[in-house]
Design a protein around this ligand. Structure first.
Ligand code: F6R
Length: 340
């Protein structure tokens, strides 16, 4: 599945996207493996793009009336459905990227602009489909990404994670250094920031392994102080990986060097990964592909199956059971019918 990243981006490059008008204000809603595409798009966007990862709409949406885009691979994520429901109530027409579920049903009935992606994967393994589709929906005017850029990014992904890809060796080395350690992913804000978030969540979900991410320069104003009190523990049990991009501001580059020096005695800096490729999208894709490989290598070292996410499914089941058959989603289906 990880090796399919490039072919998914290629698929998206060939999609004929619906045309969205009036994209001055954007709100992209989605959770987890779907929502991360919104973070990537926000880093590429030349205008404010709000990434929304909760229920309903923020208060400002009533005045600004943004174009809402809902991303949900399954099409059944309650937070994302609740955003769509709120958008409809506010008289907004959402655009949708999904593989099916309630969201596809609503979009079909409402005739909303949508892109249907191929079903059957774990949402986080469909990043190429979801991200590629979102970038096509937003268009080159907003994110500066054309079909050609997506093809080039697909090639970059193949170079890293395709058969014989250059990423496998480095991922193995990093995983060896990270074995037995909670992983901290450090990156500069900008292109590498959302990728650090993706590394964290891929390590969590594929390797079932604790990880967090922090961004420079902000972490220099707080987290940098945190390494002394538990130093005997953190020296042995925490590993930092730095994600680097040649476009990072000089201030961030300087901070990487000094931060490693200041904290290096108390926490282990295991390695550094530099982005590859020309365009911003290619650079994000190359770092992302490396993170996917590292999460897989850690899963192998932990002896776990990287695919299932039992805790997430258990939690969703518990919430649905607690809500009962007349759940919010079932009710909102009726409300949505009434609106359309
Ligand atoms: C599972 C995964 C999760 C889901 C999330 C939202 O692979 O990555 O984080 O993405 O639970 O579900 P969807 O993406 O179907 O809206």
């Amino acid at each position: 599945m990880i090796g399919g990243f490039g072919s998914q981006l290629r698929w998206a490059a060939e999609v004929d996207p619906p045309v969205l008008e009036g994209l001055e204000h954007l709100l992209v809603a989605g959770m987890g493996g779907s929502g991360i595409s919104a973070d990537f798009a926000a880093a590429l966007s030349n205008r404010p793009l709000a990434v929304h990862k909760t229920y309903g709409l923020p208060a400002w949406a009533a005045g600004t009336r943004p174009q809402v885009i809902a991303l949900s691979y399954s099409g059944n994520t309650e937070e994302t459905l609740s955003v769509v429901e709120a958008a409809i109530k506010a008289g907004l027409t959402p655009a949708v990227v999904t593989s099916g579920g309630t969201l596809a049903e609503w979009a079909g009935r409402g005739g909303w602009p949508s892109i249907g992606v191929p079903p059957g994967l774990q949402p986080r393994a469909a990043l190429g489909y979801l991200l590629g589709s979102l970038l096509r929906l937003l268009g080159p005017g907003v994110v500066g990404v054309t079909s050609e850029h997506l093809h080039a990014a697909a090639q970059t992904a193949d170079t890293v994670v395709g058969p014989g890809g250059v990423g496998w060796g480095l991922a193995g080395d990093l995983a060896q250094g990270l074995e037995g350690r909670i992983v901290g992913v450090y990156a500069g804000t900008g292109l590498a920031g959302p990728v650090a978030q993706r590394w964290k969540t891929q390590i969590n979900e594929n390797a079932k392994w604790p990880a967090w991410y922090s961004l420079l320069p902000e972490l220099d104003h707080n987290e940098i102080v945190s390494w002394t009190s538990l130093a005997t523990l953190t020296r042995r049990r925490v590993g930092i990986v730095a994600l680097r991009d040649r476009g990072e501001p000089p201030g961030v580059a300087a901070r990487f060097a000094h931060t490693a020096e200041v904290t290096g005695g108390d926490v282990n800096w295991v390695g550094e990964v530099w982005s590859q490729g020309d365009s911003p999208l290619e650079r994000m894709v190359s770092l992302t592909a490396m993170g996917d490989l590292v999460s897989l290598e850690l899963a192998i070292r932990a002896g776990v199956d990287p695919v299932p996410v039992a805790a997430i499914e258990d939690l969703k089941r518990r919430l649905a059971e607690a809500a009962g058959p007349e759940s919010r989603t079932a009710q909102s289906k009726q409300e949505i019918k009434g609106v359309m």
